[in-house]
Design a protein around this ligand. Structure first.
Ligand code: F6P
Length: 347
């Protein structure tokens, strides 16, 4: 049975990471008399040998705190042939019987390979604002981001109306449109554009013109950063830099401006863009994320105690269940039915 657990947070941060850390550490120490070690800066901490003991005191007051006290990075240890060996050696040096990896798809791609190819005893917890981790209906962090974006859309609504403007709100999510669909529906967007459903710009312009012809003088468009416009050059997303990180993920951003310029040119309507950016990732988690994170944390410690490695905790039909890390390491995108539902409110 595992005695000492190493815990790391990898990838982009999100609200609720500290709440999960608290849940893992409290459950492990107070209920099961296990020891906890915090691995610093995601997988990089196991490469560099950076870990520190975590006590009940270390996690006191963490429930509402944004970010991650363990820090994070987008380190890919498989970039160098020595990487996995160094990770195993450091896990041994710190006498870790298990590693709980908290993060998104890229964190699990690494965790799954370290488990399958090198026998590292890994358990995953899905954390990402993008909500794109395979096998779980919700990752924590997502709900907080949706609420931040919804509030922003509410505010933009009032100024859009005052000025008779088309307002474009660009949200994050990489190549998945979960944030855009949920925040767009919650905020009453007139059009939502997501990467899963490439759309022709002329169709967007026609929809706005029809809406204005019906007597509405303003429009709210929520656009996901990874959107591809079908009649734009190569129908590719707008990249700020390629590649941006060690997993080859490009940095996205700028599609809102590109679409705004075209809308203004083709319709003549005054158009403005708001890029929500990292505001979406900062600050305190919602109640939903605090509870989900707490449930995930307790369940992950249970998996460790049961020796069920190579698994990730997941939410399915409101139950916490284990799914293989290999499943969590795949990207889950917005199904057409959900987008169809969102379209009922367009125009
Ligand atoms: O994966 C979370 C996320 O916020 C994406 O939605 C976004 O594309 C990316 O991270 C931004 O990453 P960074 O903070 O490294 O610029």
């Amino acid at each position: 049975m595992a005695k000492r657990i190493g815990i790391l947070t990898g990838g982009g941060d999100c609200p609720g990471l500290n709440a999960v850390l608290r849940a893992v550490v409290r459950t492990a120490i107070a209920q099961h008399h296990l020891e906890c070690f915090g691995i610093l800066r995601g997988w990089r901490g196991l490469l560099d040998g950076l870990a520190t003991p975590l006590t009940m005191d270390s996690v006191s007051g963490l429930l509402p705190r944004g970010g991650t006290i363990l820090r994070t990075s987008r380190t890919n240890p498989f970039l160098s042939p020595e990487g996995p060996g160094v990770i195993l050696a450091n896990a041994k040096r710190f006498a870790l019987d298990a590693v709980i990896a908290i993060g998104g798809v890229d964190t699990f791609v690494v965790g799954e390979r370290l488990f399958r190819e090198h026998g590292l005893p890994v358990v995953g917890i899905p954390a990402t604002i993008d909500n794109d981790v395979g096998g779980t209906e919700y990752s924590f962090g997502f709900d907080s981001t949706v609420n931040i974006a919804m509030e922003a859309i509410d505010r933009i609504h009032t100024t859009a109306e005052s000025h008779d403007r088309v307002m474009i709100i660009e949200v994050m999510g990489r190549l998945a449109g979960w944030i855009a669909v949920h925040a767009g529906v919650a905020g009453g967007a007139d059009i939502i554009l997501i990467p899963e459903q490439p759309i022709a710009l002329q169709d967007v312009c026609d929809a706005i013109v029809r809406r204005h012809d019906r007597g509405k003088d303003f429009s709210i468009i929520v656009i996901a950063e990874g959107v591809r416009i079908a009649d734009r050059e190569k129908a590719a997303p707008v990249f700020q830099s390629v590649p941006a990180d060690e997993f080859g993920q490009p940095r996205l951003g700028g599609i809102g401006q590109a679409v705004a310029r075209e809308i203004e040119k083709r319709t003549g309507y005054d158009t403005r863009v708001t890029v929500l950016g990292h505001i979406q990732r900062g600050g305190s988690p919602t109640g939903f994320d605090r509870v989900l994170g707490s449930r995930f944390g307790v369940a992950a410690v249970d998996l460790v105690r049961a020796g069920r490695f190579g698994q990730c905790v997941a939410l399915q039909a409101n139950d916490i269940v284990p799914v293989p890390l290999a499943t969590a390491a795949t990207r889950r995108t917005v199904p057409p039915e959900l987008y169809e539902m969102a379209k009922s409110f367009f125009g």
